[in-house]
Design a binder for this molecule. Structure first.
Ligand code: GTP
Ligand code: MG
Length: 204
């Protein structure tokens, strides 16, 4: 897919104020600092479209970007960031779950996992929550450039096995590196297919 335009639309603290849900939408979620905003910039060929930071807790709002005047990409705050007050963390978690449950045009939620790590409870719990609520999702392993190939394969195999303990089948799974621009074609092809299916069903 060619990205002919991508621009920031609006930031919100609540799903109720998000743009009218009249275009298909894809969102990126995962633990704080996993690389959501960087992945969006990589996919959109822009350095600073979504704000990134080496410190966790950079994205604290629901950020909508309009792509090709046809669909939205959404950058969400990370979950599980320890260095904020419990009240603030609860507020962020409510913002995320409200967004995920109340956005009827959400076609796929990309759940990002750091490729260097073993399966983490907080991610597995979040995936359970998505399953219970039938939210369509795909997994993206990020920062693969920071991982040796053998370590990467082992971590992914561990994740697969862990997921198969509670899931009958695995969701689509992608590997990415914002640093090396890995995964761009695969992710954009996946979005293209979903958009094509929608338009052939007349739901676009
Ligand atoms: P929050 O908004 O705080 O939840 O974080 P985020 O998930 O949006 O992460 P962000 O994109 O801001 O990236 C966090 C840090 O990881 C930044 O220092 C990025 O440069 C770095 N980073 C992101 N993706 C990659 C990657 O693929 N490879 C490497 N080496 N670093 C990455
Ligand atoms: Mg971010």
């Amino acid at each position: 897919m060619e990205i002919s335009s991508a621009s920031f639309v609006i930031s919100n603290t609540s799903v109720e104020n998000c743009p009218k849900a009249d275009l298909p939408e894809f969102a990126f979620i995962g633990r704080s600092n996993v690389g959501k905003s960087s992945l969006i910039n990589m996919l959109m060929n822009q350095k600073n479209l979504a704000k990134t930071s080496s410190k966790p807790g950079k994205t604290l709002l629901i950020n909508h970007f309009l792509v090709n005047n046809a669909w939205y990409l959404v950058d969400l705050p990370g979950y599980g960031y320890a260095k904020v007050s419990i009240k603030q963390r609860d507020k962020l978690h409510r913002m995320i779950s409200d967004y995920v449950l109340k956005r009827p045009n959400l076609q796929c939620l990309f759940v990002l996992l750091d490729a260097r790590h073993q399966p983490q409870e907080i991610d597995l719990e979040f995936l359970e929550f998505l399953g219970e609520n039938q939210v369509p999702f795909a997994l993206v392993f990020t920062k693969t450039d920071k991982c040796k190939k053998t370590e990467l394969n082992l971590n992914i195999e561990n994740y697969r096995n862990r997921l198969l303990e509670s899931w009958e089948s695995l969701p689509p799974l992608f590997l990415s590196s914002a640093e090396k621009k890995q995964g761009k074609t695969e992710l954009l092809d996946y979005l293209t297919q979903i958009l094509k299916d929608l338009s052939s069903q007349g739901l676009e």
